[in-house]
Write a protein that binds this ligand. Structure first.
Ligand SMILES: Nc1ncnc2c1ncn2[C@@H]1O[C@H](COP(=O)(O)OP(=O)(O)OP(=O)(O)O)[C@@H](O)[C@H]1O
Ligand SMILES: [Mg+2]
Length: 299
C-alpha cells in the first residue's frame, strides 16, 4: 500500500509526467506534464471542461490515471500518487483538497468538522481500538493537540465565535474558508484548491487571497489553485499552467502566460475579438503593443 520510495532528492514538490486520463472515448487529460514547487502557488487555469478538476481527481486518488507518473516529494520522502489509494494520499503523502462545490458535514458543528479531519491521527493514537475511550495518555495528548490545531485554524479563518454552530448555518463565504481550515488540519504538504473563490463577493475574495498567500508564506506548503478569475490568478500565483481541451498549452510565470498568444487564443477565440469585454480587450491591445518575448513589469 505504501508507495514511499527510499531516495531523498531536492526536486520539485510535485512532478506530473505524461498524465493522461480517458473516459471511454473522451480524453479529458492528454499527456500533461508540469511541476509544482514547495512554498509556491501554482495555478491551473483553462476554459470550462479543460480538465482542471480531473487533474485534481487524479492527484488525490479519486481517479486512477490512464497513464502517467505523479511523483510527490514530502520532505525527502517520495511518493508515487498514481499507485496509491485516496486515503493514503491524504494521510501519508499529505495531499489535501477542497472541492468545486463545498463539501462539509453540514449537521456537525464548525469545530467538529475540523476534528473529523484529524480522525486518522486520533485513530492512530488510540491504537485503532476502544483504548481511546478509556483515556489512554497518548490518546488524550493527541486529542488535546487535535483540538488545539482546530482552534488555531478556527481563529485563522475568523470562525471561533461560530465554533459550535452547524456548518450548514454558515454563510457561503465562511463555508469556503472552513473547508480550507479543514484541509489544513490534516497538515498537508500540498493543498489543492478547486475554485475556492467561486461565488464569493469581491471583499470575501480579497480576504481569501490573503489567506491563501499567508498559508503559502507561513506554512511553507505547495498550493495548487484552480481559479477562473484572471485578476486573482495573475496577482497571487507564482506559476501558471494553462490547459485547453485536456492539453497543456502554456506553462510559466504570470507574465509569460499573460503574453502567450496560445493562451489569448484559447480564452478569446480567434474570430471573436469584437465581443471582448472592455478590460480584456485593453489587456490584449497592451500585450500586442509590447509583443516582445518577455514583458517587464509586475501585477
Ligand atoms: N467521471 C467522468 N466521466 C466522464 N467524463 C468526465 C468525468 N470527469 C470529467 N469528465 C470530462 O472530462 C472533461 C474535463 O472535465 P473537468 O471537470 O476536469 O473540467 P474543468 O476544467 O474542471 O472544467 P470547469 O471549469 O467547468 O470546472 C470534461 O469534458 C468532462 O465532461
Ligand atoms: Mg472543474
Amino acid at each position: 500500500m505504501s508507495a514511499a520510495l527510499d531516495t531523498g532528492s531536492a526536486g520539485p514538490l510535485l512532478e506530473v509526467e505524461h498524465l493522461t486520463m480517458r473516459f471511454g472515448g473522451l480524453v479529458a487529460i492528454d499527456n500533461v506534464s508540469f511541476d509544482a514547487a514547495d512554498r509556491e502557488i501554482t495555478a491551473i487555469i483553462g476554459p470550462n471542461g479543460a480538465g482542471k478538476t480531473t487533474v485534481f481527481n487524479c492527484l488525490t486518488g479519486f481517479y486512477k490515471p490512464t497513464e502517467g507518473r505523479l511523483a510527490l516529494d514530502r520532505g525527502g520522502r517520495p511518493y508515487l500518487l498514481e499507485r496509491m489509494e485516496g486515503h493514503d494520499i491524504a494521510h501519508h503523502a499529505g495531499v489535501a483538497r477542497t472541492f468545486q462545490n463545498v463539501r462539509l458535514f453540514g449537521n456537525m458543528s464548525v469545530l467538529e468538522n475540523l476534528l473529523v479531519a484529524q480522525h486518522n491521527t486520533l485513530m492512530r493514537a488510540s491504537g485503532y481500538s476502544v483504548l481511546g475511550l478509556f483515556g489512554v495518555p497518548s490518546y488524550r495528548k493527541a486529542e488535546r493537540e487535535a483540538i488545539d490545531l482546530a482552534r488555531f485554524w478556527l481563529d485563522r479563518v475568523n470562525l471561533t465565535a461560530r465554533a459550535d454552530e452547524p456548518a450548514s448555518s454558515l454563510p457561503y463565504g465562511d463555508q469556503r474558508r472552513l473547508e480550507i481550515a479543514r484541509s489544513m488540519c490534516t497538515r498537508p504538504c500540498l493543498m489543492c484548491l478547486d475554485e475556492p473563490a467561486a461565488g464569493l463577493n469581491p471583499r470575501e475574495s480579497a480576504d481569501l487571497n490573503r489567506l491563501i498567500t499567508d498559508i503559502r508564506d507561513e506554512h511553507g506548503i505547495g498550493i495548487l489553485l484552480i481559479e477562473h478569475d484572471m485578476s486573482v490568478v495573475m496577482q497571487i500565483s507564482d506559476h501558471i499552467i494553462v490547459l485547453d481541451y485536456g492539453r497543456k498549452i502554456s506553462d510559466g510565470t504570470p507574465e509569460q502566460v499573460r503574453n502567450d498568444p496560445a493562451v489569448i487564443r484559447a480564452y478569446l477565440g480567434e474570430e471573436e475579438d469584437e465581443e471582448l469585454p472592455p478590460e480584456v480587450a485593453a489587456d490584449v491591445a497592451a500585450d500586442a503593443a509590447k509583443s516582445g518575448p518577455a514583458g517587464g513589469e509586475g501585477a
